[in-house]
Design a protein. Structure first.
Lengths: 670, 296
């Protein structure tokens, strides 16, 4: 048997073919895929064996007197539903909150938000909050659509790449290899990153700027472009608005002034600005380095300003590419598992919500729900009494995890639906065993808006069930929805709910997917957005002025820590740490520290050190490297034995509510 | 040929290259007509070395016949034999019970260079098939001669002529003496490393790579395909002695073109070009062969 499906790791969405003959199996990249053309990274080749891990959850469990006891599905579902209904009855629908998952399918996410909203609450959110909520908000504000404007394939047509805040070869490896290959052919590559990544090594110019100073950096790049008249005047006058106000704001950001903030020499910055503006088309790629800041949304709008200023949008080879983290974070966001948006980014307070009231035949809540970063605070304060989590591990991945712990203990009901007994699931009152994406059907939407079919390769172990099945059972019990027979039936409803998905069917997206919007005008999907007009009509310049990050160094906390992923692991490691090769390659937590700092602090390589912030402390091994400059340390967030999110504070972006995972003042000592 | 298939299927479970999902993959086949003559998406190594298996038991294996494996992929097993046959009991058990019917390519594939390593007509094989239109030219090893009762068994002269013609279409690269020409300090290793993302595709796709990692999973001890470009490969308590990615890539090519040649008198490469096709950053093993090391 052979099955074509999608790799469950990052937002690139590589298509894989799993060929199984009895017990022998083979995973290869799908050679006809426009996404990966047969190529895979180590996670695709070696990262799927978590599926067969002996740790998989195989039956529902209910906690009785502090111990998990095996339960039947009926018991577990009934108890979950009864207790949720009781809480709703007593405290109202806003006393419960749902956490969806960008690891799950579009169908499952759609279903979860529908249940929440039909029950009467907009308290439904997910990990996109912690990755690209600023992208959705920022780009919807400036362009009218919060997604990548081109395709992965179209990147080949660029002459210049500007990569800011993305370690692409490690985090979106197959997209990264495209940049590597094009760079080797002689294309320009400008990389702005505090760390010396593989792409930075290959770059024409590496702007190794100070963490959290993105706006200053971007504004001074735009200052130079304006100073040297490299802007695209025609594009600005034909397609945008707000340019004069924007120009006024930029005037304050000459490279000579921002040097003191960013640490970038004016001449270097001028060279970079010229490449970006002159050698077009230029594509701009960014990821968490832009978004995970208290100015995340402003950072995104600043990126958007740069693309508009240089006319790099709407043409093959140009464009803005927010590289989405999770396999389906574009899709889950499209599905509206975000507390301020209904499916298709319809604001909760918009009259357009009527569309869903008709579709679901129910009066729906119009108030903003709680964002992921607010749910636990609300739980700690007693405003939220029950949280239902699908496939997320907030005890490892949320900022300030010790507060998350306290909040969970304050809940009356905590339900977790997952494939493993994660740190988070261990705290649950009821644990529901789910199938992996290799065991179920549905769709994922990748970072270039490509809706791709996900197909079951293996049967689920024990009594584990697909997330949509579990939600469906809960939904029937608590929201009175009539229920669905299959993911296909849910997808058919999604087509009615979201105009961009209207033209997609399970048949016509097979085998290689289609990029939304897919509709009557674009039955084959849309590779390049904004070619003639923007969803807003004209795109908006939004003046953005630099303000410092929430945390800065002082005498005691004298270094800046940034957090992120490494190549071998994925987020809280529930999957990647259960595969032999990936875990062997990166078996333990570490802190990257520059040799200069290590010498100053008397730290040897592999020595266990303490990293302390104003919020907490962890012990971890030092890895001495030139990848980080002096004054900066990097800690990956994969390891539950040493959770770096103990150190990250709760300051969030006012606009998008994303926590600042990228700038934390710390001290390191042996 | 149909009769040969029928005779073989009496003794073996029959597998073959088949077209599925727009790719050529391997699966059970029940007739010769199902077997694709196109080159498969990958070298079917899993018939002899499984991607992941428990090494605490060795189950008795089914006898299997695999039709449509290309010569370059089959040659990989003959090279592996020199290192692991009769040493690796899992490989040996399967190897002894698997019959391969290799299809010789009529025309060179894009990028392939099997003629540099003696392909596509192999000197060692079980049953070797070359199809020209409706004619099958077949050679069988002594062990499998019995399946040809009544069938014409080619004496090999057709193959010799074919090989001569094929070599003009795919001129062999100069591999002679590569083991002494290649340079330890060549800048190409660092250049490769600057691109490489350590995906392991070169190893996983290679018909000659057989290295595995051993690990415990509960009460099972398992082995899984490994990749020598990863830093955890052959790691010791002091880490990997080849700390840099450039050193690990060099090790891969030195194993193929120097160490194996010196110890087994063969290059550990069949010219299949699969590592090149699956490499996301275009690292080309042919460059290692053709590179001018003289001034380095």
């Amino acid at each position: 048997m052979s099955v074509l499906t999608v790799c469950p790791y990052c937002g690139t969405g590589c298509q894989i073919v799993v060929n199984e003959q009895g017990t022998e199996e083979r995973v290869t990249g799908y050679s006809r895929s426009p996404v990966n053309a047969g190529k895979l990274c180590i996670k695709g080749y070696s990262g799927l064996s978590y599926n067969f891990s002996r740790d998989r959850l195989k039956h529902p469990m209910i906690k009785r007197d502090g111990e998990f006891v095996r339960a039947s599905w009926k018991e577990a579902l009934d108890e979950t539903a009864d207790r949720l209904l009781e809480i709703i009855k007593q405290y109202g629908p806003d006393s419960i909150a749902f956490q969806a998952s960008a690891k799950c399918t579009n169908e499952e996410n759609y279903l979860m938000q529908k249940i929440a909203r039909v029950v009467g609450t907009n308290n439904v959110d997910h990990c996109a909050r912690s990755c690209h909520s600023p992208t959705a908000l920022g780009l919807i504000t400036t362009l009218g659509a919060g997604a990548a404007t081109g395709s992965i394939e179209s990147l080949s047509a660029s002459r210049t790449y500007f990569v800011i805040g993305s370690n692409t070869t490690e985090q979106h490896p197959i997209i990264g290899t495209k940049l590597v290959t094009e760079r080797k052919k002689g294309k320009n590559l400008v990389v702005a990153d505090p760390r010396r990544t593989q792409l930075a090594e290959l770059a024409t110019i590496h702007l190794q700027f100070n963490p959290g100073t993105d706006v200053a950096l971007l504004d001074s790049i735009m200052y130079v472009i304006l100073e040297e008249h490299l802007e695209d005047e025609k594009f600005i006058s034909d397609r945008t608005e707000g340019f004069p106000e924007f120009r006024k704001a930029i005037d304050k950001h000459s490279p000579e002034i921002t040097e003191g903030i960013t640490g970038i020499k004016p001449e270097e910055l001028r060279r970079a600005a010229r490449l970006i503006a002159r050698d077009r088309p230029t594509s701009i790629l960014y990821a968490m380095g832009i978004t995970q800041h208290i100015h995340g949304t402003e950072n995104v709008m600043s990126v958007s300003n740069l693309a508009l200023l240089t006319g790099n949008i709407g043409v093959r080879g140009s464009g803005i590419f927010p590289l989405r983290g999770q396999n389906n974070v574009q899709g889950s966001s499209d599905m509206g598992v975000l507390s301020e948006w209904y499916p298709g980014y319809v604001p909760v307070d918009s009259p357009r919500v009527e569309r869903f009231e008709k579709l679901w035949n129910k009066r729906l809540p119009r108030n903003k729900g709680l964002a992921l970063s607010e749910m636990f605070d609300a739980a700690a304060e007693g405003r939220v009494k029950a949280i239902y989590v699908m496939g997320e591990n907030p005890l490892v991945t949320e900022a300030s995890v010790s507060d998350v712990e306290t909040a969970i203990h304050n809940l009356e009901l905590f339900v977790v639906q997952d494939i493993f007994m994660t740190l988070t699931a261990g705290e649950a009152d009821i644990v529901l065993p789910a199938s992996t994406s290799l065991e179920k059907e549905g769709t994922f939407t990748n970072t270039e808006r490509r809706i791709q079919k996900v197909n079951a390769v293996y049967p689920s172990p024990g009594e584990a069930k697909p997330d949509w099945w579990i939600l469906n059972e809960i939904g029937k019990r608590i929201s009175g929805i009539q229920g669905y027979e299959s993911p296909r039936e849910i997808f058919e409803e999604i087509r009615q709910a979201i105009p961009g998905y209207a033209g997609a069917t399970y048949e016509n997206i097979y085998p290689t997917g289609k990029q939304w919007p897919i509709n009557a005008e674009n039955p084959e999907g849309t590779e390049i957005l904004h070619t003639k007009t923007f969803p807003l009509g004209r795109a908006k310049f939004v003046p953005v002025v630099y303000a410092p990050p929430a945390e800065s160094v002082d005498e005691k906390y004298d270094m800046i820590m940034t957090t992120g992923r490494n190549y071998f692991h994925y987020h809280s490691g529930t999957m990647s740490r259960r595969t032999d090769i990936l875990e062997r390659e990166s078996p333990e937590p570490y802190v990257e520290i520059n040799a200069v700092d290590a010498r100053r602090l008397g730290i040897r390589n592999s020595q266990t050190v303490t990293v302390e912030s104003r919020h907490g402390t962890i012990r971890t091994k030092a890895r001495i490297t030139e990848k980080v400059p002096p004054g900066i340390v990097f800690v990956p967030f994969h390891y539950d034995e040493s959770r770096v999110n103990r150190l990250v504070g709760k300051q969030v972006d006012k606009l998008s509510k994303i926590p600042e995972f990228k700038v934390v003042a710390v001290r390191v000592f042996a | 040929m149909e009769r040969v298939f029928a005779a073989i299927s009496g003794d073996f479970e029959t597998y073959g290259a088949v077209e599925k999902e727009g790719e050529v993959l391997f699966d059970r086949v029940h007739s010769l007509a199902e077997v694709s003559e196109n080159r498969s998406r990958y070298a079917p190594k899993e018939f002899l070395i499984r991607r992941n298996e428990n090494v605490l038991y060795l189950e008795e294996q089914q006898r299997k016949a695999v039709f449509g494996i290309k010569s370059c992929d089959l040659k990989g097993f003959y090279l592996m034999d020199r290192q692991i046959l009769n040493r690796d009991p899992f490989y040996t058990e399967r190897r002894n019970k698997t019959l391969f019917v290799n299809y010789v390519c009529n025309t060179p594939c894009e990028g392939g260079f099997c003629s540099s390593f003696g392909g596509p007509v192999l000197d060692e094989f079980d049953i070797q098939v070359l199809r020209e239109g409706n004619d099958y030219h077949i050679m069988a090893s002594d062990k499998y001669d019995k399946y040809f009762n009544g069938c014409r068994n080619d004496d090999g002269s057709y193959f010799t002529d074919f090989k001569r013609k094929f070599n003009t279409e795919m001129p062999p690269l100069k591999v002679d003496g590569l083991e002494s020409r290649i340079k330890w300090n060549s800048p190409i290793w660092k250049e490769f490393a600057s691109r490489c993302i350590s995906c392991g595709a070169c190893n996983y796709s290679c018909p000659t790579c057989y290295c595995f990692d051993l690990y415990d999973d509960g009460d099972e001890r398992k082995r899984e395909w490994d990749s020598c470009v990863l830093s955890g490969f052959t790691s010791s308590s002091a880490g990997n002695i080849r700390n840099g990615l450039d050193e690990r890539l060099r090790q891969r090519f030195y194993h193929k073109f120097v160490y194996f040649k010196k110890s087994k008198d063969e290059f550990l490469c069949t010219g299949c070009n699969r590592c090149v096709e699956d490499c996301p950053v275009g690292i080309d093993i042919k460059e290692v062969i053709t590179h001018d090391y003289s001034n380095e």
